[in-house]
Write a protein that binds this ligand. Structure first.
Ligand SMILES: Nc1nc2c(ncn2[C@@H]2O[C@H](COP(=O)(O)OP(=O)(O)OP(=O)(O)O)[C@@H](O)[C@H]2O)c(=O)[nH]1
Ligand SMILES: [Mg+2]
Ligand SMILES: [Zn+2]
Length: 300
């Protein structure tokens, strides 16, 4: 009988996979011939391996907790949604979409406000994020420039697989690098230069790769989550991915919190009272209409 064991896929190359075994060894593996055509393996997958002579072969896959097509990854525990306060300024529509994604895919969101070194303590955006999103996710503060907050973030990520998202130039790779510095690991991580003119990055990071910070703590630095669209969410379900709406327990179940009257809709009432940020609510209405439009087209 052959020896069987499990390993995690951390990188996918053209002709092979890089895995980390349960006893923390980095190995190369190929797909076993007979399963080659049956399925695609993703970075983040837990796979079964066997040793055949001097080679490792992937023979099977464990059930996934979640998976994505773009970027092609599986089994993500946390999504660290990086928001930069300056260069570039925050993109709240993107932040909303990423929170929706987390709720739809059962991922724990962590909002990470980065580039703290560039702003004053009484920065208006910091106040806005705290006030608007404290019901949705834990909010952390970092500067990849001077290292502030990196230890605390590291503590949050221990033992989990965490992905980073946020538009180009917010500092995902820089934070990843700082986290690796903490444990004195060197990896070739590309840091982008933000164009002077536009102050926007240009997605320096292209490959999909899991970085091991410590045993069982992994981070994924990929820009893919940043530009995703909510294509596979039905507009009628969109409201379910807003924690703040759910907490309010709107009286009737089918309420979309849009055209209903304020006296029956707890969400609309909360917007009027300022308990829900008006701009965030307007972004919800915008996304709802956009998804509905897409859905209407499908059946024409
Ligand atoms: N002042 C300051 N600059 C930062 C900070 N974090 C990142 N930067 C700079 O912002 C620029 C972009 O950083 P990256 O880490 O490449 O950004 P990214 O999110 O990985 O971008 P993409 O890979 O293009 O998606 C670089 O010039 C970094 O040096 C920070 O906390 N403070
Ligand atoms: Mg990057
Ligand atoms: Zn309602």
């Amino acid at each position: 009988m052959q020896e069987k064991a499990y390993a995690k896929v951390i990188e996918k190359l053209i002709d092979r996979y890089i895995l980390i075994t349960e006893d923390n060894k980095k190995i190369d593996a190929l797909l076993k011939g007979n399963i080659k055509k049956k399925r695609e393996f993703l970075v983040g997958d837990i796979v079964e391996i066997e040793k055949a002579y001097d080679k490792f072969l992937i023979t099977d896959i464990k059930e996934r907790t979640n998976s994505f097509i773009r970027p092609p990854v599986a089994n993500i525990d946390n999504l660290v949604i990086v928001v930069s306060l300056k260069n570039p300024v925050p993109d709240y529509m993107l932040l909303d979409k990423e929170l929706i994604l987390c709720n739809a895919k059962n991922i724990t969101p962590i909002i990470c406000i980065n580039k703290l070194d560039l702003v004053k303590d009484d920065n208006k955006q910091i106040e806005y994020v705290k006030k608007t999103y404290n019901t949705e996710a834990e909010i952390m503060f970092t500067s990849a420039y001077n290292g502030n907050g990196i230890n605390k973030l590291f503590d949050k990520l221990k033992g989990k697989v965490s992905a980073f998202s946020g538009n180009s130039g917010v500092g995902k790779s820089s934070i990843t690098k700082k986290l690796l510095d903490l444990v004195k690991k060197e990896e070739n991580i590309e840091i982008g230069n933000i164009g002077k003119k536009s102050n926007r990055g240009k997605h320096t990071t292209k490959a999909v790769k899991l970085y091991e910070i410590t045993n069982s703590t992994y981070i994924l630095d990929t820009p893919g989550f940043s530009s995703f669209e909510l294509y596979d969410i039905n507009y009628k379900n969109l409201k379910n991915y807003y924690k703040i709406f759910k907490n309010l327990n709107c009286e009737y179940e089918d309420c979309m919190h849009i055209n209903e009257k304020e006296d029956v809709c707890a969400v609309k009432k909360a917007v009027t009272l300022g308990k829900i940020d008006k701009l965030r609510y307007e972004r919800y209405v915008y996304l709802y209409n956009k998804l509905k439009e897409m859905d209407d087209k499908k059946y024409k």
